[in-house]
Design a protein around this ligand. Structure first.
Ligand SMILES: Nc1nc2c(ncn2[C@@H]2O[C@H](COP(=O)(O)OP(=O)(O)OP(=O)(O)O)[C@@H](O)[C@H]2O)c(=O)[nH]1
Ligand SMILES: [Mg+2]
Length: 222
């Protein structure tokens, strides 16, 4: 016999963040900034995909001035340093022990960015598949990145995060054979939980699928 215990999360903190997220979205809209939040497990490939997308955006006429990046990590400036190499405005947030970003962190970070000149804003949440779910950051799209190396069953085990995503990415498909993962099954699981989000298979290593992801993001106003 298997016993399951369901745990309820306190609502007041979540609701306060949601209200702030709506205000932040209005601010971004006022400056015509399109914002994309990337969330997913540590190492799923969020920064690598953002780097690929930035290179693509730079090639399509966006300039380093008009692209911004805010990255959340418990410690280090490593991700922002990777992004800085593309000549893009960037801010690293170190959360200490906190496993997700909240809207006040984003307000603090955008003080260092020139919103007037910004057109695209990539926000990378702290690597975590659970904590960010209840704390939207005002972005126009929430992009869930799950890599094949995390295991075939990842979407099923994380239905809340899978359902909230506006775009779902299955990354590291170049490694699918090596780890004997059935990507079709992963996609079916994701689709079963979230019928509305585009699902894009990518490899940030080879570049496969990144153009499709770029179109899924840029084609969507919100
Ligand atoms: N083979 C392969 N490796 C990848 C791919 N995407 C990312 N990686 C590698 O996976 C590791 C983690 O990638 P990151 O982009 O740093 O992952 P992240 O999600 O930003 O990680 P955190 O910020 O720590 O949560 C790096 O060594 C990347 O080179 C991919 O599509 N294929
Ligand atoms: Mg990263």
């Amino acid at each position: 016999m298997v016993r399951t215990i369901e745990i309820k999360v306190g609502r007041s903190v979540i609701e306060a963040n949601l209200k702030l997220a709506k205000q932040l979205r209005e601010l971004l809209n006022a400056y015509s900034v399109k914002a994309y939040e990337f969330l997913g497990s540590p190492g799923s490939g969020k920064t690598s995909l953002i780097e690929r997308l930035i290179s693509m955006a730079l090639g399509e006429g966006y300039s380093g001035v008009s692209i911004g990046y805010i990255g959340g990590d418990v410690a280090t400036r490593l991700d922002a340093e990777r992004i800085a190499r593309h000549g893009v405005q960037n801010v690293q947030i170190n959360t200490g022990g906190i496993c997700h970003l909240e809207v006040p962190h984003i307000y603090q970070a955008i003080e260092s960015l020139d919103l007037e000149k910004l057109e695209l804003l990539f926000i990378e949440n702290v690597g975590n598949l659970i904590c960010p779910a209840d704390f939207p950051l005002g972005a126009h799209r929430r992009v869930l990145v799950v890599s094949v190396t995390e295991g075939e069953d990842k979407f099923l085990k994380h239905p809340i995060t899978t359902r909230l995503a506006d775009v779902i990415v299955i990354n590291k498909v170049d490694l699918a054979d090596a780890v004997e993962v059935d990507v079709d099954r992963m996609e079916r699981d994701a689709r079963g939980l979230n019928p509305r989000a585009p699902i894009v298979r990518t490899s940030a290593r080879t570049g496969e699928g990144v153009d499709k992801l770029y179109r899924a993001l840029m084609g969507d106003e919100g």
